[in-house]
Design a protein around this ligand. Structure first.
Ligand SMILES: [Zn+2]
Length: 137
């Protein structure tokens, strides 16, 4: 009979439904959103929560929220560290991968021209903090 078949299926679906409900683990309190923070002093990056400001676990200096897409250069790479510090100081944050905007400069010497050319760049989201500008040598 068609009705019986329908009932059987509904029963089955209910069972499956019930089983699924039981299998769902209790929701975790809150996902922790971690993002790269950089210590320009130690030239290291740490994944830490967005929520508060942090100090470097190694040297105790303030560390800076770089954004989710930040990839720390090698510690020995003076130029790249100066470049990311300069971009940071000028208000850039490394918030996403790629997008519909000019990619950030590869080289330190390109940074100033880049900023002049794209003063309203999509990744330039913060107030410049010029005290962070690395000293020019
Ligand atoms: Zn440090």
């Amino acid at each position: 009979m068609v009705d019986e078949e329908k009932n059987r299926r509904m029963e089955l679906r209910r069972e499956i439904g019930n089983r699924k409900v039981k299998e769902i683990p209790s929701p975790s309190p809150r996902p922790a959103y971690l993002a790269a923070h950089a210590c320009f002093n130690c030239r290291k990056s740490f994944k830490l929560s967005y929520e508060k400001s942090h100090v470097c676990p190694e040297c105790g200096e303030p560390i800076y929220l770089m954004g989710r897409a930040f990839k720390a250069p090698k510690r020995s790479d003076d130029e790249q560290w100066s470049k990311v510090q300069r971009l940071y100081a000028l208000g850039f944050r490394f918030q996403r991968y790629g997008g519909d905007y000019p990619s950030l400069p590869e080289r330190l010497r390109e940074v100033d021209r880049f900023v002049e050319e794209f003063p309203d760049h999509e990744l330039r989201v913060a107030e410049p903090n010029l005290s962070l500008l690395p000293r020019k040598h």
